[in-house]
Design a protein around this ligand. Structure first.
Ligand code: SAM
Ligand code: SF4
Ligand code: SF4
Length: 333
């Protein structure tokens, strides 16, 4: 176990395996901008990722989540999952936009994937297509979710990034739909990740507002956090006990429990979602460093860590400071 300078233990690893995406979500990677993607040779290979994970597992990593860009765009992702599974990573999960999930769910499950989170910002085809920047039917993503449930990826969760004026009115409708399927939804405040998504405080629909809106249709009661570092504020429907979560990175930051290390597709380590820059671990891996050296690099990085951007944000905004940050599709959420 290792702790940072604020006493936070390293437990979770989030690995972005590509910065490319088949969607252009308004809150992440809006259409009509020029994006530069990592050249293929800059991407860590699956063997390199596995080498990194193997080296740092003894530090107490409990969970590994694969993300992107869109992780299902990376060919033969199942091979990476098998490799991680063989290393003994028990909790391997994936965050995806769900577009390719129906065809991939079974092979991913067989390879050792445990859980999946599907991001779906609207159930209305027209709104969904507008948000994700291409024509998509919600039913296609829902079929992916149903397939994931069928093959036993459990639990399947749904993430809804809520942007005021874009999809906030749909919260009760989305909640009702997934309640019917027994699927846990997490509503997420629109975050100021990167600099391209046109974020401003007045486009944030706060968790308080989300709760108020939902409580007009459902009776909810709070559920305590199940472990330290859990990011979602959890509630349950009184009617059936199903949970619903809220992630309030903007209005109620939770940096005090943040235990997550991020690895980008091009081999940089980030100690915060809102980091300005990463720490190159790829060159260490590529020059054949021993596991111990890689581990020492992470220990040194983590022990110096002081990040608490979400708690500092409002002060910075008041002072008119807008720090440069890495884009969400490079960090992976
Ligand atoms: N492409 C995959 C997906 O969309 O699930 C994985 C990567 S995506 C960057 C990870 C998560 O970040 C998704 O749940 C997405 O909704 C969320 N997200 C993206 N931009 C966001 C923003 N500005 N604020 C809050 N959540 C955001
Ligand atoms: Fe792609 Fe996910 Fe970003 Fe949407 S949120 S543009 S699906 S990476
Ligand atoms: Fe963790 Fe950074 Fe988010 Fe705070 S702002 S919770 S330190 S990722």
């Amino acid at each position: 176990m290792i702790v940072d300078s604020l006493g936070r233990e390293l437990r979770d690893l989030r690995i972005s395996i590509t910065d490319r995406c088949n969607f252009r979500c308004a809150f992440c990677m809006p259409e009509g901008k020029d994006y530069e993607f990592f050249p293929r040779e800059e991407l860590l290979s699956f063997e390199e990722i596995a080498k990194f994970v193997k080296a740092i597992l003894p530090l107490g990593i409990k969970k590994v989540r694969l993300t992107g860009g869109e992780p299902l765009l990376r060919r033969h992702l199942e091979n990476l999952i098998s490799m991680l599974s063989e290393l003994g990573v028990e909790d391997i999960s994936l965050t995806t936009n769900g577009f390719l999930l129906k065809e991939k769910a079974e092979v991913l499950k067989s390879a050792g994937l445990k859980r999946v989170t599907v991001s779906l910002p609207s159930l209305r085809d027209e709104v969904l297509s507008k948000i994700v920047g291409r024509e998509v039917k919600a039913s296609q993503i829902i079929e992916g979710i149903l397939k994931a449930i069928e093959v036993g990826l459990s639990p399947v969760k749904v993430n809804v990034c809520v942007v005021k004026g874009l999809n906030h009115e749909e919260i009760p409708e989305i909640a009702r739909f997934f309640k019917g399927l027994g699927v846990v939804v997490r509503f997420i405040e629109f975050m100021d990740v990167g600099t391209l998504n046109g974020w401003s405080l007045d486009r944030v629909f706060s968790v308080r507002e989300m709760l108020e809106l939902l409580q007009r249709s459902f009776e909810l009661e709070p559920v305590g956090r199940s472990y330290r570092g859990e990011v979602a504020e959890r509630y349950r429907y009184k009617e059936d006990g199903l949970e619903v979560g809220f992630i309030s990175s903007i209005t109620q930051p939770f940096c005090g429990d943040c235990n997550r290390l991020r690895l980008t597709a091009d081999g940089k380590l980030l100690t915060c979602l809102f980091a300005r820059e990463g720490h190159d671990v790829k060159s260490l891996i590529r020059r054949g460093a021993k596991e111990e050296e890689i581990r020492d690099f992470v220990v040194s990085l983590w022990s110096k860590r002081k990040d608490r951007y979400s708690e500092e944000r409002l002060e910075l905004l008041k002072k008119g400071i807008l720090p440069k940050k890495i884009e969400m599709f490079k960090v992976g959420g």
